[in-house]
Design a binder for this molecule. Structure first.
Ligand code: PLP
Length: 436
């Protein structure tokens, strides 16, 4: 269907330049620090930019040590490996540290949170999502420990920049002697009111913590990530692993498997130029969220929720979810989807296609990990227990869990911090027209 020619959308013209979901926002200082790296010839994985951003991010997030790496995924891999080694000992060079062990993990997240469990030969068990923050449900985590009491590691992500229920999760983990890998890739700058420590930053809430500087994140280096910790020993180990695990010998000497995961000083220069603008980016994202909240309040939709008493999100992505009774028919296969229009109703598929027709980028909610073909055989636990095979041929009921439901009815809206108020007003208008 060509939405631009449809009567419902008459009078609207496509955006002259594309409105992105979340694109890099440069300020000028980035160029200075990249040039500085080049003119001083520190074009390597060593240099002043790396040292400086490690200091600045550690201070900002309130941890003692930060290790700059090539990606958030690299940080998550080494964090997960470190946890595996701590729990189960050093693995042979051809084996992962989690071999033979299950790991509990957030279900609605990007697969980079989860894949390191497989890199380390572990088996992820997915924990369902709660409706208050769209993050790991502590009740489902409890249920998971009841089924798998031997599990000792939990990977927790903060979706779209909104902190999850970390006090509850930490408490449950402590009761079961489990460690936490915190994936704060999307939530740098988001704050959480911890019962134990007051207001703290995400990225400081786990035993092993990770952030990302991917091009779409709240601040970027074009790529890059960091491992954050209060343990000098852990920071030193990650630094060693990330630079090919060299021993202290005059020649190349190796007792452990190594990785080429260190951040480049050029990338670090971009991050260095971005750090002074983190708070400004968060303020812009918050204003975008609030304008959507106001502009969409007359529609049968809600924004991605957060707990205002316990958290201050970084509002990285604004999302919405359509009320059940305003959902137009919409079905998804593995790679395509079909929907029908019904007056007064809409579906994520229709809204995303309408936005695209007017040159604006939205995105479906991250498809839950338990629904991904690659992880289809892995266990999935909801607040009621086993989340697999929940429907019954003989008894009426639904096989839909919270994560699947948010995926079905939700979508991510254009959230670029360079989007003007006028552009956002047109996005809001397009969404309204979808419901006509
Ligand atoms: C939740 C989450 N975890 C991990 C990553 C991986 O970070 P990177 O792209 O820096 O490897 C991302 C995004 O890219 C993410 O959104």
């Amino acid at each position: 269907m060509d939405y631009r020619k449809e009567k419902r959308f008459s009078g609207l013209t496509p955006f002259a330049s594309k409105l992105w979901l979340a694109s890099p926002t440069m300020h000028g200082e980035e160029q200075h620090w990249v040039d500085d790296a080049i003119t001083t010839n520190w074009v390597s994985t060593v240099g002043a930019n790396i040292n400086e951003i490690e200091k600045e991010i550690a201070a900002y997030t309130g941890v003692q040590y930060a290790v700059a790496l090539s990606a958030g995924t690299a940080a998550l891999h080494l964090a997960t490996k470190l946890a595996g080694e701590k729990l189960y000992g050093q693995a042979k060079p051809n084996a992962g540290t989690l071999a033979g062990h299950r790991v509990f993990a957030s279900d609605v997240t990007f697969d980079a949170s989860i894949n390191p469990i497989a890199y380390e030969d572990g088996e992820a068990v997915f924990i369902d999502t709660e409706r208050d923050t769209w993050n790991m449900d502590p009740a489902a985590l409890e249920a998971a420990f009841a089924i798998y009491p031997d599990v000792r590691l939990v990977v927790v992500a903060h979706l779209y920049g909104t902190p999850g229920k970390m006090d509850e999760i930490r408490h449950i983990c402590q009761e079961h002697g489990a460690l936490i890998v915190e994936d704060a890739a999307e939530s740098l700058g988001a704050k959480y009111l911890s019962d134990a420590s007051g207001w703290v930053e995400t990225g400081s809430l786990g035993d092993y913590n990770c952030i990302s500087f991917n091009g779409n994140k709240i601040i970027t280096g074009s790529a890059g990530g960091m491992f954050l910790t209060n343990s000098k020993e852990d920071a030193d180990k990650v630094r060693k692993w990330s630079t090919q695990s060299r021993e202290a010998a005059p020649w190349y000497q190796h007792e452990e498997i190594g990785y080429n995961y260190r951040m480049s000083n050029i990338i670090a220069g971009i991050v260095r130029g971005q750090i002074p603008h983190l708070e400004e980016h968060i303020a812009q994202k918050k204003a975008i969220y609030e304008r959507y909240e106001e502009g969409l309040k007359d529609l049968p939709v809600r924004m991605n929720p957060y707990d205002a008493k316990k958290s201050q999100p970084n509002f990285w992505l604004s999302c919405m979810i359509i009320d059940e009774d305003a959902m137009a028919p919409h079905v998804r296969g593995e790679q395509d989807e079909l929907w029908l229009h019904e007056s007064g109703k809409a579906s994520p598929g229709e809204i995303l296609e309408a936005l695209q027709a007017f040159n604006a980028e939205g995105r479906p909610i991250w498809k839950p990990m338990h629904m991904q073909p690659i992880y289809r055989t892995h266990a999935f636990i909801t607040a009621e227990g086993n989340g697999r095979g929940r429907s019954n041929a003989y008894i009426a009921g639904s096989g839909i869990d919270v994560g699947a439901d948010i995926f079905r009815r939700g979508l991510c809206l254009p959230s670029d911090n360079k989007m003007t108020k006028e552009q956002q007003a047109q996005v809001i208008e397009i969404i309204h027209r979808c419901f006509r």
